[in-house]
Every structure is written in C-alpha cells, then in structure tokens.
Design a protein around this ligand. Structure first.
Ligand code: MUC
Length: 96
C-alpha cells in the first residue's frame, strides 16, 4: 500500500547542537536504508521549511506505524499520513 507522509521537524531550541547532529545523522542512515529497501519510495524537502513529503510503500497501516516509530526524529516530528490508491487516469502501472 502507498502512503503519503508529511513530516515537520520541530527540534527543541534547548537541544544541544551535538545531540541534534547525532539524531540527524542516525535519521539519515535509517532513511537511506529504507529508501534502498524500496519501502521509502520518495523523499522530498518542502521548500523553505524543515519538513518533507514522502511516499512509503508498505504492507499496511501497522507496518507504516512501526517504521515511523523507528525514526530517531519521531519524537520531534509532526506527522500526517494519507493513504493513496491508484488514480484512474494514471499511466503508471506501478501505482497501487
Ligand atoms: O529532514 C527531514 O525531513 C526529517 C527526516 C526525514 C528524513 C531524514 O533524513 O530526516
């Protein structure tokens, strides 16, 4: 199943820079591994904001939830999830 996931990062201003850098580096490694696995299909920065729009391809709601929980920045993100289905006018046969 495909999901559009919007994440807005809100790190506390009181967080030491070294801790923020450590979280971001770990997040990056996990995000890149999930992209290589095919589960995190698209990752786009929202211009002008510390936010992203992503497309995930996972078995269902529970897998998506468990996956998002593994992200080191999870406690510091507002996350919105929207389930997607194939558009009847889409010419792409990999849409599900
Ligand atoms: O920077 C972000 O948008 C938050 C998060 C998502 C992927 C990643 O590497 O960090």
């Amino acid at each position: 199943m495909l999901f559009k996931v919007s994440m807005t990062v809100r790190l506390p201003h009181t967080m030491p820079a070294a801790e923020a850098d450590r979280l971001k580096a770990t997040e990056r490694a996990i995000a890149q591994e999930l992209q290589r696995s095919g589960k995190w299909r698209h990752l786009w920065r929202v211009a002008g904001r510390y936010a992203n729009v992503s497309i995930f391809d996972v078995a269902g709601n529970a897998e998506l939830h468990d996956l998002l929980l593994t992200l080191p920045l999870f406690p510091y993100m507002d996350i919105e999830v929207e389930a997607l289905c194939r558009h009847p006018s889409s010419i792409h046969d990999d849409d599900r």
